[in-house]
Design a protein around this ligand. Structure first.
Ligand code: IMP
Ligand code: MG
Length: 177
């Protein structure tokens, strides 16, 4: 495992994203909608620099098929979803990899008729996309490697790390949790 993006750089970038989002949503009825579990740290940090009134809600998405599998069968949980009809929704996830998770979520959320729907991610993996869509806001473009930390997990561990790290083959064997 080796560090890719240090915590202080993430903090600066996330604060800048939050200020930009605040400017873009001035005088709009904003709902920030985090995708659990990976977005928890990003949502917590980001909303503190979004200097306009907004609501915060969550949806749940998880993929099965192995600890690093992003594009296996995706299960979405809507039971936490707040009322979003007529509101400007910003959907937040940790990473845009194949893009399938955010496309599935945005397609379904559109049925609730939000006033607008955009996406924001901390990381955008280059060369991995399998969809036409791109994130509306992103923190960093990264190489097509498996990363952990700042909310991103491997086998549900490592989310608590402050820096983003690249996991190597030798790390991908046993998991402690
Ligand atoms: P996508 O549907 O392929 O864009 O994948 C999105 C989801 O896969 C994210 O919400 C993550 O949970 C997971 N994921 C994709 N790439 C990584 C990674 O490098 N590290 C940890 N999780 C990842
Ligand atoms: Mg995950």
């Amino acid at each position: 495992m080796y560090p890719l993006i240090p915590a202080h750089q993430i903090a600066l970038r996330v604060a800048a994203m939050g200020r930009l989002i605040g400017d873009d949503y001035r005088n709009k009825s904003l709902t920030v909608l985090g995708v659990l579990n990976g977005s928890i740290i990003l949502v917590a940090d980001l909303i503190r620099s979004v200097q306009v009134p907004h609501r915060v809600g969550f949806v749940h998405a998880s993929s099965y098929g192995g600890p690093t599998t992003a594009s296996g069968s995706l299960t979405i949980g809507w039971n936490l979803l707040p009322e979003i009809q007529g509101r400007h929704v910003l959907l937040i996830d940790d990473i845009f990899d194949t893009g399938k998770t955010l496309v599935r979520l945005t397609d379904t959320l559109q049925q609730q008729r939000p006033a607008s729907l955009r996406t924001a991610v901390l990381l955008w993996k280059q060369g991995a996309s399998e969809v036409q869509a791109v994130p509306d806001y992103f923190g960093f473009q990264i190489p097509n490697k498996f990363v952990v930390g700042y909310g991103l997990d491997y086998g549900d561990d490592y989310r608590h790390l402050s820096d983003v790290h690249v996991l190597e083959e030798s790390d991908l064997e046993g998991s402690a949790v």
